[in-house]
Design a protein around this ligand. Structure first.
Ligand code: HEC
Length: 112
């Protein structure tokens, strides 16, 4: 292989790695969206505002300042251990799924 061939080979390798990295990053975000849709929308609604059922149980608008001012670990704690009528998800969520959901709750506020 001549010098040029070597360089082109390296560049496509890096390009390939960059594409793989981007794909895995989007897959993570999709996972959180899918999880939220599967487990949380019934009470919190797609936009986080809360369904009539969720609001009646005492859920707050996830986009509100009251919720957003909580730290990531407080939010993760409520999702893990539950709180009043909020069910606990400690047994059904993996640590990175939990992290993804906390990030998703943050992203809801950004979309308000
Ligand atoms: C059965 C209805 C229900 C489901 C399903 C549910 N929640 Fe909740 N959630 C609640 C209620 C009710 C509260 C309010 C708890 C309180 O403060 O008394 C709450 C509170 C929260 C809070 C804290 C903010 C607040 O309103 O006080 C977060 C964050 C949250 N839920 C995230 C989630 C996530 C993420 C999921 C899905 C994995 C989920 N919830 C599923 C009912 C639900």
């Amino acid at each position: 292989m001549n010098y040029l061939g070597f360089r082109v080979g390296y560049q496509s390798l890096f390009f390939g790695l960059a594409v793989m990295f981007l794909l895995s990053a989007t897959a993570k975000a999709d996972d959180a969206t899918a999880l939220y849709k599967a487990k949380c929308v019934a009470c919190h609604a797609a936009d986080g505002s809360g369904t009539p059922v969720g609001t009646k149980l005492g859920a707050h608008d996830l986009r509100s300042a009251d919720v957003q001012k909580m730290s990531d670990s407080e939010l993760a704690g409520i999702i893990t251990n539950g709180k009043n009528k909020m069910p606990a998800y400690a047994k059904t969520l993996k640590p990175d799924e939990l992290k993804g959901l906390v990030a998703y709750v943050r992203s809801l506020a950004a979309n308000k």
